[in-house]
Design a protein around this ligand. Structure first.
Ligand SMILES: *Cc1c(COP(=O)(O)O)cnc(C)c1O
Ligand SMILES: [Zn+2]
Length: 426
């Protein structure tokens, strides 16, 4: 029996999944997975696969790396919050958190790679400046499934795994994130290579949505507020979708948690569009984009084309939940990261520190009721712990592309040769 199908919220059509990223009728809307299980049934499976009833997959992977939730004492006391659930994605063995690449992008990479395998869709291509690419390399290393990663050359050192990755084709591009996205698109024109899909990928969203599931199961009820730092906002959309499923389940409450989403100054396009009440992000929302991006401390939060205005996107998620946005300065994020380390005793990804800073500000300014239930999505952390405990294997580039160069026939040939090699090893 198939456990889910896809539905387009634009035209209402339903169809079966063939690693489908877009509505066949061309709607500008995010497809959703609709699961036959209306009640959340936890599986006795490792990590994120505990929630496989609400993931667009049929099987599971033997990887024990899921979100971990607990009731905060230290941070909650310092902030004066009665009910603060922290859902941690990263490396923190004392709490059972085993995401060895230290970010919640592993929640996305695991179901995405499995969905691709189950649908026989091909070899996945990912353009990422860091955490996403590393998460996909790690899942590749653990499962043997091949991946093609395209990154800006200056970010290549962030691509490492904790076990050797034999089936990664790493392509570096001289330029910034936008250049690597453009080149990634060209790579996907090669037969047998498919794009990861970003926010359009239901496995990505429902994988990230397990944070809401885990936090809710842990607290026994839906939170009133959900805090997360966003770059694309996909995690916010995912939290909203997961909360809607939990409401339909009936056992966890009937109100959508208000999404409290934060970005890092000076690059805050979604905050600006939200303040203006605009469904479009315009050029004025990101003045001097390049220079602004270079100045933020959490550069995983610097997406120039977030899924903001389309149907089912971040704008809709904020509107549906009565949410808010925060613009956080580097200095405040740094202080919040330090404060978190002192109160909860784990180091944070700079992006997670932005979320903590937004929570502190919300409390200070009375934007949340301190007696209500808060879910804080700690999207990454434990790098210092991981560096102490784990091996680190740097991924070496297979192909290096210079400034202004495009994908010529010689490079295409190199990628085809690699594809044949990994196919031969499989
Ligand atoms: C990607 C990332 C984010 C932002 O996630 P989106 O929901 O895609 O905007 C936040 N924190 C960390 C650590 C990330 O890697
Ligand atoms: Zn449609």
């Amino acid at each position: 029996m198939v456990s889910y199908f896809l539905r387009c919220p634009g035209c209402g059509q339903s169809f079966s999944d063939h690693y489908t990223l877009d509505c066949p009728s061309g709607c500008n809307a995010l497809l959703r997975a609709v699961y036959t299980e209306r009640r959340l049934t936890l599986r006795d499976l490792p990590g994120v696969f505990r929630y496989s009833g609400w993931l667009p997959i049929e099987g599971h992977l033997e990887i024990d790396a899921g979100p971990v939730s607990y009731e905060s004492e230290g941070l909650a006391r310092e902030l004066g919050l009665s009910h603060l659930t922290i859902t941690f994605s990263g490396y923190w063995p004392e709490r059972g958190a085993n995401m060895e690449t230290c970010s919640f992008k592993e929640l996305e990479a695991q179901p995405t790679m499995l969905r691709l395998r189950e649908k026989g869709a091909g070899v996945i291509q990912v353009s990422s400046a860091g955490n996403t690419g590393r998460a996909f390399c790690q899942v590749s290393a653990l499962t043997g499934a091949p991946v093609v990663i395209v990154v800006p050359a200056h970010a290549a050192d962030r691509l490492w795994t904790t076990v050797p990755a034999e089936n990664v084709c790493l392509i570096t591009v001289e330029g910034d994130y936008s250049d690597s996205i453009a080149l990634g698109r060209e790579v996907c024109a090669l037969p047998g290579i498919v794009p990861e899909g970003g926010a359009k990928n239901v496995a990505r969203r429902d994988g990230m949505g397990t944070v809401m599931l885990d936090g809710t199961v842990s607290a026994g009820r839906l939170p009133d507020y959900y805090f997360q730092a966003v770059g694309s906002g996909t995690g916010g959309i995912a939290a909203w979708e997961a909360a809607e499923r939990l409401i339909a389940d009936g056992r966890f409450g009937s109100r959508l948690p208000a999404l409290h989403l934060s970005q890092n100054l000076p690059f805050v396009p979604m905050v600006r569009a939200h303040e203006a009440g605009r469904r479009e992000i315009v050029a004025d929302d990101m003045p001097d984009a390049g220079a602004s991006i270079a100045r933020v401390s959490a550069d995983v939060l610097t997406n120039r084309h977030p899924p903001w205005g389309l149907r089912g996107g971040v704008f809709d998620a904020l509107a549906a939940s009565g949410g808010r946005m925060y613009a956080v300065a580097n200095e405040d994020a740094r202080d919040a990261g330090r404060f978190f380390f002192e109160t909860e005793e784990i180091d944070l990804d700079p992006a997670a520190a932005v979320a903590v800073a937004s929570l502190a500000r919300a409390v200070e300014e009375g934007l949340v009721d301190p007696r209500k239930h808060v879910l804080l999505n700690v999207t990454g952390g434990g790098y210092e712990r991981a560096a102490e405990d784990l091996d680190r294997f740097q991924i070496e580039p297979l192909i290096q592309i210079g400034a202004g160069e495009t994908l010529d026939e010689a490079i295409r040939g190199d990628i085809r040769t690699w594809l044949n090699e990994v196919a031969g090893r499989a």
